[in-house]
Design a protein around this ligand. Structure first.
Ligand SMILES: [Zn+2]
Length: 541
């Protein structure tokens, strides 16, 4: 893929960017104030930096932490945590909550201890970030929200649809202008979704040009990469090229190997990422902790068939030669993934016919056509797409691969979820359970890492990479986004077949100093804020 060589990567930036750690903060006032609104006492404080837990109290005045340690004065609100964990609120950097103003309580997230979301991922975002933030503020969400500006959103706006061609110079200029406006309004960076329309038709140089605009404002580049299958190394190379050429930190979204044909590539992927960091690309990644993914069922239909939208897909399927070509390519894609049919794909939410929700594609084919031959399965997928499309859950990953990526110190924990509506569809359980599954299953039961390290992956690490300002640490001067729980009591009942259960065990969740959950009960307070990009904190080693 041709890539512009005109933008040189600055080695000075590389050195500075390589180190983002808790030691890099400016000193904060040590003098403890004599008053506070809230004191949380007798906690096991895990501060988010990865440092060993300490016992102590935390005092909050307004929206800020004002004392950590032994707090000698009392406050109007005193809560005895009786040895429970107290940690920074979790930051979920990969969500799809463009509709948060309609579901401002976001209970699925706060029940998992999440206090800040980053949306606008996978290339899809609000186009007008200022307007998006205004609406969101008016809806008074329970938690904080930052956004990326989505490449697909910008490309569709400027090019008027989904077309397999590069933008003209004028179109690229318009796209740059839209990205610059979003960055001015506080977006944290640029996202791509290179398996989706219309981003899949973009060449690397187009993305470099736009990532440069984001980088000039201090934004990062977050990518749902072009391939998560046996071609993943090519896709990683492209993401790293964009990072180098645009001089921007790179976030690899929901890192995974999504087909059995790719499962052997874990080590080469890990080695390539390590080498990239040694070369100076500030690359990190996030992951959800399930071996199934979820996206639209239509992603199983080839790009060339979807170009131009559903109307064009219908026209192509009416042409017998085109129809055969589309079906042949779908069979070939299955084969390349070392699969024989679509048993691995389960319909999650099909608005036109909700009776198919929860059925695998073969099950849906039996219902629609009376048989589950591969032909009937292909018909099912194409019919569902023509009737408005559906989201689906794809069971395609392996547990050993998931654990290998989880072991990497730069892997954050992120759900890839929306704000859930209780009872609607059969969505992926990650939106109800991800952070709690991490802590309860992988940290407590499987002991894959210390609790301090686990908390760091959900707090300080994402707060520095994106960057989200004074969040992600229990530290004087930081915003009082906090969670408290007893590790032994954390549980998630949400499953693939029966997903609609909130996570259990978050006793207290505070956003900007106010309880959104207190003693396990949602309070109804909605103190969430919009979070605009903050200056990137870097330090010299
Ligand atoms: Zn994605």
């Amino acid at each position: 893929m041709p890539v512009s060589r005109s933008v040189r990567f600055s080695p000075r930036f590389a050195v500075a960017a390589l180190f983002w750690c808790a030691a890099s903060y400016l000193p904060v006032a040590e003098a403890a104030p004599a008053r506070a609104d809230v004191v949380l006492r007798n906690a096991v404080i895990i501060d988010g930096s990865g440092a060993p837990a300490i016992r102590g109290d935390v005092a909050i005045s307004g929206d800020r932490i004002v004392a950590v340690g032994s707090v000698p004065f009392s406050a109007p609100t005193e809560v005895d945590l009786r040895g429970r964990i107290l940690a920074p609120g979790f930051i979920d950097v990969h969500t799809h909550v463009e509709d948060l103003a309609e579901v401002p309580a976001a209970e699925n997230f706060i029940r998992m201890g999440v206090t800040t979301l980053v949306t606008g991922n996978c290339g899809g975002s609000a186009l007008d970030v200022a307007e998006f933030f205004r609406k969101l503020e008016a809806s008074r969400p329970s938690l904080n929200l930052a956004t990326l500006i989505g490449h697909n959103t910008v490309r569709a706006q400027v090019m008027g649809g989904s077309f397999a061609r590069p933008p003209t110079a004028a179109e690229l200029d318009q796209m740059r202008t839209l990205v610059a406006a979003a960055m001015r309004d506080g977006a944290v960076g640029l996202s791509t979704g290179l398996i989706y329309l219309p981003g899949t038709f973009a060449r690397t140089d187009e993305i470099v040009a736009l990532a440069k605009v984001s980088a000039e404002s201090g934004g990062l580049y977050a990518s749902h990469m072009r391939y998560e299958n046996a071609r993943i190394l090519e896709a990683i190379e492209e993401a790293l090229t964009i990072g180098r050429e645009a001089g921007t930190p790179v976030q690899i979204s929901h890192i995974k190997l999504s087909t059995p044909a790719a499962w052997g590539l874990t080590q080469p992927v890990i080695e390539r990422l390590a080498r990239a960091r040694a070369e100076g690309v500030q690359v990190a990644h996030d992951q959800y902790l399930y071996t199934a993914s979820s996206t639209s069922l239509g992603t199983t239909i080839p790009d060339f068939a979807r170009e131009g939208g559903r109307g064009r897909l219908r026209e192509r399927l009416d042409d017998p030669a085109e129809r055969d070509r589309i079906r042949a390519e779908m069979r070939a894609t299955l084969q390349r993934g070392q699969r024989t049919d679509y048993t691995y794909a389960v319909i999650a939410n099909f608005t036109e016919d909700p009776s198919l929700n929860g059925m695998s594609v073969p099950e849906a084919a039996r219902k629609l056509y009376g048989n589950d031959s591969l032909d009937a399965q292909l018909d099912t997928i194409l019919q569902v797409e023509l009737r408005g499309g559906a989201s689906a859950v794809f069971h395609g990953m392996s547990e050993p691969n998931l654990r290998a990526f989880l072991a990497l110190p730069l892997t954050m924990i992120a759900s890839d979820s929306g704000a859930r509506r209780m009872g609607v569809g059969v969505p992926h359980p990650r939106g109800y359970g991800n952070n709690v599954r991490f802590l309860a299953h992988y940290v407590r039961d499987e002991q894959l890492m210390s609790l301090e390290e686990a908390v760091r992956r959900m707090t300080d690490l994402p707060a520095r990479q994106f960057p989200l300002g004074q969040r992600g640490l229990v530290r004087v001067g930081f915003i009082a986004d906090l969670v408290s729980f007893d590790l032994g009591r954390l549980a998630t009942q949400s499953t693939f077949r029966d997903p609609h259960h909130y996570a259990e065990g978050m006793d207290h969740v505070l956003v900007a100093g106010q309880f959104v959950i207190r003693d396990g009960t949602v309070t109804g307070l909605r103190p969430g804020r919009t979070v605009r990009r903050e200056a990137r904190v870097t330090s010299t080693p």
